[in-house]
Design a protein around this ligand. Structure first.
Ligand code: JFZ
Length: 421
């Protein structure tokens, strides 16, 4: 049995097929280059933060290069920050002057990236921050850069969060109407209440109204869960769920979002970069539990993917070129198939093919319990070479796969098992 999530309002058919996307976090925070939350972490005032706006000029920005890198990595969709918590807008919004067109760069950054990724055949997603540390009517909460500034907090009585909610609505509407078909809207996030501060959630964002408007303009769009109203997908962040994600005991459509290193925005000095090996394993792990992976790049302030990111995208792409078959169109394997140690199964229900991803290459033999009567033919996926199978004579239905002693020269070797009809 394979879990079947309940139908949701958006079109998720392509999403659960495509499995792998690129997240892009890009904004002024690429300049301080020490975390996209720098304004909050370092309690930076809007006046002090202004220097980044004043000098922002990503002169090497060429989204066609980004789109090619994503496509070559095997990614099928992308989600870009239209505005992050700092409040800076990548597009030429009618409702603010805090936008790319008013920086030294002087041009809209959003339209070109949408066009470039579409051109490469990728689906288009917008991340939009519900938080806004720049808007004058955005009140102080536990995450706000001015949370320790009594004078700033005192002026909250003159702030009207409904005015901000109206801004959020208007900008969301721009995003939904000025860029053609948008496939994903990734709102972020609802703020928890603390002893000192009120939280912000669906009542403050007016989430119901937002979602209604979004669906009016983009009927098929996939909306995430962070407005505090669950829609199409759940979004576990920086961890791999232990099993198919459930809400109230029911399986849901889910997408893990993960960074290459510890930050989402470009972080110059962060050194906890994941290896290609680990990243490929994370992608496989997601699909083996019926989920997607949204893997993040934080472009530099000059407008490029840095070498560390490019190297990993290339590494993942080399693997994907030969192993896309065990990812696209695949999901968790039916529960009757028992996965061997240090491996992950994925399964393509259309072709009735089972894929064994071997994370730790064993010496000579891989034992598959209760599979002897189920497999018609087995091969290594990277080169299509036969894997000889032995069926045990003990009557226990054990299938033994005879592996080469030398691990195939790929990041994660995969054995493709064509099952009997
Ligand atoms: C959010 C952002 O704050 C972060 O910068 C990035 O964009 C990521 C994809 O999403 O991360 C969160 C959101 C919510 C919580 C923590 C991190 N939370 O509720 O604790």
């Amino acid at each position: 049995m394979i879990p079947i999530p309940e139908k949701t309002p958006g079109n998720t058919e392509w999403f659960v097929h495509d499995r792998f996307g690129m997240f892009i976090h890009w904004g002024l925070y690429a300049m301080p280059a020490r975390h996209e939350w720098v304004k909050s972490y370092e309690r930076i005032s809007t006046e002090q933060y202004e220097k980044y706006f004043k000098f922002f000029n990503p002169d090497l920005y060429d989204p066609k290069v980004w789109a090619k890198a994503a496509k070559n990595a095997g990614m099928k969709y992308f989600v870009i920050t239209t505005k992050h918590h700092e409040g800076f807008c990548l597009w030429d919004s009618e409702y603010t002057s805090y936008k790319a067109t008013n920086t030294p760069y002087g041009k809209d950054l959003l339209k070109p990236v949408v066009d470039a990724f579409r051109e490469e055949g990728l689906k288009v997603g917008f991340y939009h921050s519900l938080l806004d540390w720049h808007h004058p009517h955005y009140t102080v909460d536990a995450n706000h850069p001015m949370r320790d500034n009594p004078e700033y907090i005192a002026r909250d009585k003159d702030r009207d969060l409904d005015i901000y909610a109206e801004y959020l609505y208007k900008q969301s509407e721009e995003l939904m109407t000025k860029f053609g078909q948008i496939d994903i809207l990734w709102y972020d996030f609802s703020v928890a209440k603390t002893t000192r501060f009120e939280g912000k959630g669906k009542d403050q964002w007016k989430s119901e109204k937002l979602i209604e408007m979004v669906r009016k303009h983009q009927p098929g769009i996939i909306v995430n869960d962070r407005t505090q109203i669950d829609q199409d997908i759940k979004t576990p962040e920086q961890y791999q769920p232990r099993e198919w994600l459930k809400v109230n005991g029911k399986p849901v459509i889910w997408e893990a979002c993960q960074t290459f290193s510890g930050a989402w925005g470009y972080h110059r000095d962060e050194e906890t970069w994941k290896s290609v090996d680990m990243l490929v394993q994370m992608l496989i792990d997601s699909v083996s539990k019926g989920g997607n992976l949204l893997l993040n790049v934080g472009p530099t302030a000059r407008g490029e993917f840095d070498d560390r990111a490019l190297e990993r995208l290339q590494g993942v792409g080399t693997w994907m070129k030969r192993h896309g078959r065990s990812i696209y169109g695949c999901t968790q394997a039916p529960s009757e198939f028992i996965c061997p140690k240090d491996s992950r199964y994925t399964y393509n229900p259309k072709t009735n093919t089972l894929y064994v991803h071997v994370f730790a290459w064993p010496f000579r033999h891989l034992f598959l319990d209760d599979m002897a009567d189920k497999v018609e033919y087995a091969q290594l996926l990277n080169d299509g070479s036969e894997i000889i199978m032995n069926k045990s004579s003990g009557g226990d239905n054990l299938l033994t796969l005879n592996l080469p002693v030398k691990k195939p020269g790929v990041t994660v070797p995969v054995i493709e098992l064509f099952l009997k009809k």
